[in-house]
Design a binder for this molecule. Structure first.
Ligand code: SF4
Length: 98
């Protein structure tokens, strides 16, 4: 845990949602918590980068559905992005709660 300020209740809700999402998408509990913590710091820092595990286009097999549809420039249809790396992507779309 970093030495950033304490999370607000809304930020804690988002943290919990992300942990559940990341576990459903294949991360261990420890990995999900570490990534959710990193993203909480990202949000506080107003960093506009995202990770593929937050995106609605990431598939169970790790491939990107937007790339499969030819909607990402310079990406092959079989594109399998690093799912936990902060980046800016033209195809990003939030995975929202069901
Ligand atoms: S659209 Fe971009 S952010 Fe979303 S899964 Fe594909 S590569 Fe990742």
């Amino acid at each position: 845990m970093s030495d950033r300020r304490a999370l607000t209740s809304k930020e804690l809700d988002r943290f919990e949602y992300r942990m559940g999402l990341f576990k459903r998408r294949g991360l261990s509990s420890d990995e999900a918590e570490t990534l959710a913590d990193k993203l909480a710091s990202r949000d506080i820092d107003c960093d506009d980068r995202r990770v593929c595990l937050e995106c609605k286009h990431i598939q169970r097999d790790g491939k990107c559905f937007a790339a499969q549809q030819g909607r990402l420039h310079n990406a092959p249809t079989y594109y399998t992005p690093v799912r936990t790396m902060l980046q800016r992507c033209e195809g990003f779309a939030w995975q929202t709660p069901a």
